[in-house]
Design a binder for this molecule. Structure first.
Ligand code: B12
Ligand code: SF4
Length: 462
């Protein structure tokens, strides 16, 4: 049976955008692992990535040319429009094609997709077991429920994500890099890959939960270190990756796992630098873990600092304080770890003074990368519910679920002031700019080899 998976994520960079930034430079692990699972059961699987196509007509031609019997579309809330348009086109090409959707949006807002005439089956939660099981039933012409319940897979038993599903498609669009992913910051080299070692998150931030628990369950599940090492060896042999990133929501919450991984990584002779997500409180409580991670190759953390106001941090149930955020940044600087700072402006109940506190915190943190968002109410989260109950949401179209700071998201905010805050939050204090400039010049010009080469050129004129 021929199965075509569809990645509709063109909300960020649009059609024909492969290789551009995070939005168009990374694979979907969800589809890559589902593809691997379906192949393992003997199905003929391919993928259409809208980011590698020229437009909707191109998509229609691809569906018609490939003649799938089943399509599987993944859907985050922000991609709802593109996912639904894909499904409409699939049914228009051939109404006999069986259409399946899954991913965060169908799982947390089932009511928006169930019953849609273009969707035959909605898969809840993780699909590694339920999707191939359903394919088998379809092949035997047995009935499959319209809403297919989640089955949690054993993460050490499922195959590794099939990155070639993406790479092969991207190649057709002219992509010529060795791996199907692009580094997102300058200090880590290509080829680059992303890896996921665990699922779920034990924290309870109100702008995120309970959606994460709805998708991945209440408990965090980690793959064994050996299983992750085996995947890294495979990725090294196949794509010769020179750096990588853990996509896990919060890899560092399992300190024992991280310590074991760092030892295994070094013992296996890996030296490739890596990034991962973490939290300020974890960094502060586990400086020895940060030290070991640095030794193993950690180059940077993505940290959700979110706000510089203790009241706001309490309101969003972040479980951290302003002082924790600043201390975490100090520890990162001490170990030379780059900081990618995620933070939000325009949260419900946030005052202008509290926005100023976020700005002043960022000036103290002096991150290497600023990743600001205007708070965007995401379905499935408690804060979304708060916004609905208090009539705050200004989201009228699924495209607005992108949290990029480009438009008004909730009522009662002065977005002109927030636009100013956005710019101001990214201005460094003069002495931090100077320190960074000196460090940059030192790194660029003050290497003994470079100095000798320069002197040589000066003397010889060559
Ligand atoms: C890495 C990541 C990114 C990366 C890469 C995204 C990508 N291309 O996959 C980047 C930084 C680019 C990114 C961007 C965005 N992200 Co993001 N991201 C994540 C993160 C941390 C991991 C994603 C992942 O790989 N998960 C692991 C895989 C295995 O899970 P999965 O993809 O959900 O797939 C499983 C199931 O959902 C299901 N499934 C999925 N699809 C299908 C399809 C079928 C047919 C079936 C049967 C099953 C099925 O089976 C899969 C295997 O179990 C998640 C949080 C999380 N832990 O998942 C947030 C998350 C998905 N992102 C989110 C958001 C909001 C965004 C953005 C909209 C942010 C923005 N810019 O405004 C964009 C949207 C980009 C896009 N089109 O995907 C939200 C989505 C919430 C929602 N309601 O939709 C999440 C859940 C985070 C959160 N808690 O808020 N993201
Ligand atoms: S925002 Fe991050 S730390 Fe908080 S609950 Fe969500 S995934 Fe966990």
């Amino acid at each position: 049976m021929k199965v075509t998976l569809i990645f509709p994520g063109i909300g960020g960079k649009g059609f024909d955008s492969i290789g551009q930034g995070m939005d168009s430079g990374w694979i979907s692990h969800g589809l890559a692992v589902l593809g691997a699972c379906a192949r393992q059961r003997g199905y003929d699987v391919d993928l259409i990535d809208l980011r590698a196509l020229k437009g909707w007509e191109h998509f229609r031609q691809e569906v018609a040319r490939r003649k799938p019997q089943v399509v599987g579309v993944t859907m985050v809330s922000a991609d709802y429009n593109q996912a639904m348009r894909s499904l409409e086109i699939v049914k228009a090409v051939d109404p006999r094609i069986i259409t399946c959707v899954g991913g965060p949006h169908p799982t947390v807002v089932l009511s928006e997709v169930e019953g849609d005439p273009c969707i035959d089956h909605v898969f809840l939660g993780e699909g590694e077991v339920s999707f191939p099981d359903a394919l088998e039933r379809m092949e035997r012409s047995d009935s499959v429920a319209h809403i297919v319940p989640a089955v949690m897979p054993d993460l050490d038993e499922i195959p590794f994500a099939d990155r070639d599903l993406f790479l092969n498609e991207w190649r057709k669009a002219g992509y010529d890099k060795e791996s199907p992913e692009a580094p997102f910051v300058g200090e880590i080299p290509s080829p680059f890959v992303t890896v996921i070692a665990s699922r779920g998150c034990m924290y309870n931030c109100s702008y995120c939960q309970p959606a994460e628990r709805m998708i991945f369950g209440r408990n965090v599940r980690s793959r064994g270190v050996e299983n992750v090492m085996r995947e890294l060896r495979e990725l090294r042999d196949k794509y010769h990756f020179a750096s990588f990133m853990f996509h896990d929501d919060c890899l560092t919450e399992d300190r024992d796992w991280v310590m074991e991984f760092c030892h295994a990584y070094m013992e296996a002779g890996f030296t490739q630098p890596f990034y991962c997500q973490s939290r300020a409180d974890i960094i502060v409580k586990n400086e020895d873990m940060v030290a070991l991670m640095t030794k193993a190759g950690l180059r940077g953390y993505l940290i959700g600092f979110e706000s510089g106001s203790d009241r706001v941090l309490r309101f969003i149930r972040k479980g951290t304080k302003r002082s924790t955020n600043i201390e975490a940044a100090r520890i990162c600087r001490k170990y030379g770890i780059f900081i990618w700072a995620n933070y939000m402006l325009g949260l419900p109940t946030e005052t202008d003074e509290e926005v100023l506190e976020t700005i002043s915190m960022l000036k103290e943190i002096d991150p290497d990368y600023y990743s600001p968002a205007f708070y965007t109410p995401h379905p499935g989260s408690d804060l979304y519910q708060y916004c609905i109950e208090n009539d705050l949401s200004l989201i009228t179209n699924h495209d607005d679920y992108r949290r990029n700071p480009t438009g008004a998201k909730i009522r009662g905010k002065d977005y002109e002031f927030l636009d100013w805050a956005l710019v101001e939050s990214q201005k460094r204090l003069w002495y931090n700019s100077l320190r960074r400039r000196v460090k940059y010049l030192w790194r660029r010009y003050a290497r003994p080899k470079k100095i000798v080469r320069k002197l040589w050129r000066l003397v010889t004129g060559k």
